[in-house]
Design a protein around this ligand. Structure first.
Ligand SMILES: NC(=O)c1ccc[n+]([C@@H]2O[C@H](COP(=O)([O-])OP(=O)(O)OC[C@H]3O[C@@H](n4cnc5c(N)ncnc54)[C@H](OP(=O)(O)O)[C@@H]3O)[C@@H](O)[C@H]2O)c1
Length: 340
């Protein structure tokens, strides 16, 4: 099968950082689906692994943790899917990625893809939807329903990125929270408004002052999706007493002093969307359930694709361009690729 892979962790401007190769097709395990990949999205995790993790000498490493495709065969214990099903999923970080014509994924972390979206539009969503859903509803405990959190607000820092683009929609559509998004450019500010943000602040300025200038009350919920080290002191200053703070990125060591949250009794919540698959937790099937629910909400017209740019076919040259854009920190929504 065709695949895009590498043998050595390299900067993205090196042509060997991602290469077109031919690899043997994977074999599905007992609970696996063998999927013919139709479209993928690129995530910052791809760039972090590519830049920092080399495979064993002589081995190829395949990245890619967002896919839409058709199930071609199933393992002996699979009960949720059958050949011919069109599925979407984000996969598992400790297994090979989906930048390949054929890919295997555990059925418990996959779901039927939304029928109303084309392959590339759908590929934009799984990884970030899992992240945003788990962080909002399962880690921070935001109540669903229009009435439940009315009068409270959620500040989403870095809202125009992949995770923020779906979290903004989830918060607006499924909760009564006032949604305050941050974006630093006119086009990203407009993007988050279109996705449902009630207010937009500029994260290139001190956020506590931005909040005050906008006349907004201290948010009970704050999520920091990127550059947490840069924003953490402002977050501690602006968050409401007894508020909840969530983060997903990799702040530099020493850049986050959690003791600054003590005075306000603010709780800190980590989200890593790979935790369930990595540790084979008994509740792994929650990701099947939440992706099924997100597909239903998409087909009902409540959520939309966060596709930003379509970078063409799935090959090394196009993936190198996608990695370079993500590494610049200037992506808006998701970058998707389609077909081999
Ligand atoms: N833990 C998990 O499960 C998980 C899951 C997904 C992602 N992540 C991590 O979360 C981070 C964000 O992922 P993503 O996919 O949303 O990234 P992304 O799509 O690359 O985010 C791009 C956005 O970041 C914004 N941004 C750039 N510099 C910023 C700054 N200094 N402060 C605030 N925002 C800034 C930009 O907005 P402007 O152009 O408006 O400045 C841009 O729209 C990455 O580190 C990723 O690895 C973790």
């Amino acid at each position: 099968m065709k695949a895009i892979a590498y043998q050595q962790a390299l900067p993205i401007n090196d042509p060997l950082a991602l290469q077109d190769v031919t690899l043997p097709a994977p074999e599905p395990g007992p609970r696996d689906l063998l999927v013919e990949v139709k479209a993928i999205a690129v995530n910052p995790v791809d760039t972090k692994v590519r830049a920092g993790v080399s495979p064993e000498p002589g081995q190829w490493k395949v990245l890619g943790w967002d896919a839409v495709g058709i199930v071609r065969s199933v393992g002996a214990q699979v009960s949720l899917f059958k050949p011919g099903d069109r599925v979407w999923y984000a996969g598992a970080i400790h297994r090979a990625g989906a930048n390949a014509e054929l890919h295997v994924v555990d059925e418990r972390i996959a779901a039927l893809a939304p029928q109303s979206l084309a392959d590339a539009q759908a590929a934009a969503l799984p990884l970030t939807a899992i992240t945003a859903w788990e962080l909002l509803f399962q880690r921070l405990g935001v109540p669903q329903g229009e009435a439940a959190a009315r009068g409270q607000s959620l500040l989403i820092i870095g809202a125009a990125g992949g995770v923020g683009s779906i979290m903004t929609q989830l918060a607006r559509q499924l909760t009564g929270l006032q949604v305050i998004a941050t974006a630093s450019r006119p086009e990203t500010a407009q993007w988050v408004r279109d996705l449902g943000a009630h207010h937009v602040l500029d994260h290139s300025k001190p956020l506590a002052q931005e909040l005050q200038n906008a006349g907004l009350a201290a948010p009970h919920y704050v999520v920091s999706l990127t550059q947490t080290g840069q924003h953490f002191d402002q977050i501690a200053e602006l968050i409401a007493p007894q508020g909840r703070f969530g983060l997903i990125d990799d702040p530099a060591p020493g850049s986050v002093d959690i003791s600054k949250l003590k005075r306000k009794s603010v709780s800190l919540h980590w989200e890593l969307m790979f935790t369930r698959s990595l540790f084979d937790t008994p509740d792994q099937i929650e990701q099947h359930r939440l992706l099924t629910e997100v597909a239903r909400l998409v087909d009902a017209g409540q959520l939309r694709s966060t596709q930003g740019e379509h970078f063409g076919h799935i090959n090394a040259a196009n993936l190198r361009r996608a990695h370079a854009l993500l590494e610049s920190g200037k992506a808006r929504g998701k970058i998707v690729l389609e077909g081999f």
